[in-house]
Design a protein around this ligand. Structure first.
Ligand code: AMP
Ligand code: MG
Ligand code: MG
Length: 309
């Protein structure tokens, strides 16, 4: 008798397909050049939304709703009306068969729909996308079980490999591992810090400088910065600001944790992802592949005091 794969594995498999399809939308909107940019909330915060953010979220949320109608999905953009959409978990949806060939760790095997929240950032790095820095963009789908980030998909639509193939998908499940990664480590003799390019403040700089960097990379996107850690291009992602939200960190945290890394707030507290949680990561973000405590100790008390957890 064949046993159907566990819920978390099916969610990751479906999310890989949805993220790639969203990536295609993001490339198409850019190549047509009609970005349809609107500002969200306070214009001073430079929080933008484009046609690509809207369409990519619609695709991902609809797809997950059709296949997993009982699973709570929280997306960055306004939720569109799912009323007319038929949930049909029995239909054959396209799945990533590579993901399905793995087995979940025992701890995740029996997870039920009501334990899960999926956090979706359909386009992370919108500010950079709107300015044409397309390689900073990622699609993030994070899966939390009982409030903990346990699985994630980080898709980079504009990544080009040596054969010029467009797009790459990195995914991970805590206890199983991370896939689609290079396995390169950052140089031991340096301290490379990655941080925001478009949402900097004095406090953000103070925290970065206190980490004693030999160089600082300023790039867009939480997903992109965690990929820099994973790719061995940086040692720590430091963001002492309440600007990042749960959809920015859930998938990157899960992928990083799958390969032994750590993402916390700047106090070292782990982030929670249950459905009632407040969206902003008010304690900021600190992410590392290793030596997390070393970087935590370097965050000054003045910075910590300005970002109550
Ligand atoms: P960044 O590193 O600037 O690309 O930020 C990472 C993520 O957090 C992106 O999704 C940003 O939109 C979001 N973010 C960071 N700071 C802010 C802010 N001050 N206002 C709104 N969104 C922010
Ligand atoms: Mg984002
Ligand atoms: Mg976004």
């Amino acid at each position: 008798m064949s046993v159907s794969p566990g819920l978390v594995l099916r969610l990751v498999s479906a999310s890989c397909v949805a993220a790639r399809n969203a990536g295609q939308i993001i490339r198409d909107v850019m190549s047509k050049g009609q970005l349809g940019i609107v500002g969200k909330g306070d214009p001073r915060l430079k929080d933008l939304q484009t046609e690509a953010d809207r369409s990519a979220q619609k695709l991902i949320v609809r797809r997950l709703f059709q296949q997993f109608p009982e699973v709570k999905v929280i997306g960055e953009e306004e939720q569109d009306d799912l009323g007319g959409i038929e949930a049909d978990s029995g239909t054959k949806f396209e799945m990533d068969q590579g993901v399905l060939s793995y087995q979940l760790p025992d701890t995740l095997n029996l997870v039920k729909e009501e334990q899960v929240v999926v956090w979706v950032d359909p386009l992370d790095g919108t500010a950079e996308y709107a300015q044409g820095f397309v390689e900073h963009v990622t699609v993030l789908i994070g899966i939390a079980v009982d409030g903990a980030a346990v699985a994630g998909v980080v898709h980079q639509p504009f990544y080009k490999d040596a054969d010029d193939k467009e797009g790459r998908t990195v995914w991970g499940i805590v206890g199983l591992g991370a896939f689609g990664i290079s396995g390169i480590s950052a140089p031991a003799e340096e301290t490379i810090i990655t941080t925001t390019r478009s949402h900097g403040t004095g406090i953000v700089s103070e925290a970065v400088n206190a980490c004693q960097p030999t160089s600082v990379l300023r790039v867009g996107g939480a997903g992109n910065k965690v990929l820099q850690l994973i790719d061995g291009k940086a040692h720590a992602y430091v963001f002492a600001s309440p600007g990042c939200k749960k959809w920015d960190t859930c998938a990157p945290e899960a992928v990083l944790a799958s390969m032994g890394g750590t993402l916390t707030d700047i106090h070292g507290n782990s982030l929670r992802y249950h459905k009632e949680v407040k969206h902003p990561n008010t304690g900021g973000v600190l992410a590392t592949v290793k030596d997390h405590d070393l970087f935590l100790r370097r965050i000054p008390q003045t910075v910590r005091d300005s970002l109550p957890a």
